[in-house]
Write a protein that binds this ligand. Structure first.
Ligand code: URA
Length: 234
């Protein structure tokens, strides 16, 4: 790929703006020698104003989503892209959330510009477990685990029952659930269906991948070990 296009696709500017950056000598190799737009160099050997380039296409990252941010580009309020470098909003191919978390939900959110990876994670047949922790408004009754595991629970306005969901009651008003589907507001609607209300919802794990000690609001790129963990079922 031509250098102007490669750099423009990473969100550094329009092709015209990137061409100007070349003319201004802002694009160099690691030793500081000025690069020209028709040079043949790889991503790792390019610096802009002395800084390495953002990660190339094929980027996958995890974000510890705080409450109050929507998984959208258009919402006029706070959006998850506000937590990433501003250029990430302008990348092509676009960086998209892998499934969504509600505005008030927190926790592990994956994002990628790799369509095949995104599909592999969200495809129903991948059956990757998503683990949520729910703080509830009322004490659990005790029969919810059986209802959720039944594979017969129908949510309002849905045509098919939910796949079985494992529920662990940690405290009378605190539960952990493992879902293999991702229906709209699924956890909140499941508890509404059993007469309860979710006050706070946190996703702690997808497949074998957890947030670790990543603080709320922070992100980090995923490496091949992370992706291996993600698709392991531990
Ligand atoms: N289920 C919900 O209700 N909300 C989320 O954000 C994720 C799963």
């Amino acid at each position: 790929m031509k250098l102007v296009r490669l750099i423009a696709n990473l969100g550094y500017g329009s092709r015209k703006q990137v061409a100007l950056m070349f003319r201004e000598g802002r694009i160099t190799d690691p030793e500081g020698d000025v690069l020209y737009a028709d040079d043949k160099v790889g991503h790792a050997d390019i610096r802009i104003d002395g800084e390495p380039l953002d990660p190339p296409a094929g980027l996958a990252l995890m974000l510890h989503k705080p409450a109050g941010y929507t998984c959208s580009t258009r919402d006029p309020g706070r959006v998850i892209y506000d937590l990433l470098p501003p250029r990430f909003r302008l990348r092509s191919p676009a960086l998209s959330p892998v499934g969504r978390l509600d505005r008030d939900s927190t926790g592990l959110l994956l994002m990628t510009d790799d369509g095949a990876l995104l599909h592999r994670i969200i495809a129903p047949k991948s059956k990757l477990a998503k683990v949520y922790e729910a703080q509830l408004a009322s004490d659990l009754r005790g029969d919810e685990a059986e209802t959720f595991a039944s594979g017969t629970l129908m949510l309002e306005s849905e045509k098919t029952p939910l796949a079985p969901v494992e529920l662990e009651i940690v405290e009378p008003r605190f539960a952990r659930l493992a879902l293999t589907e991702g229906r709209y507001h699924q956890v909140r609607r499941m508890f509404a269906a059993v007469g309860n209300h979710v006050e706070a919802l946190h996703r702690s794990r997808i497949g074998g991948l957890s947030l670790g000690d990543l603080p709320a609001g922070a992100w980090r790129p995923l490496d091949t070990d992370d992706l291996e963990l993600l698709f392991s079922s531990s």
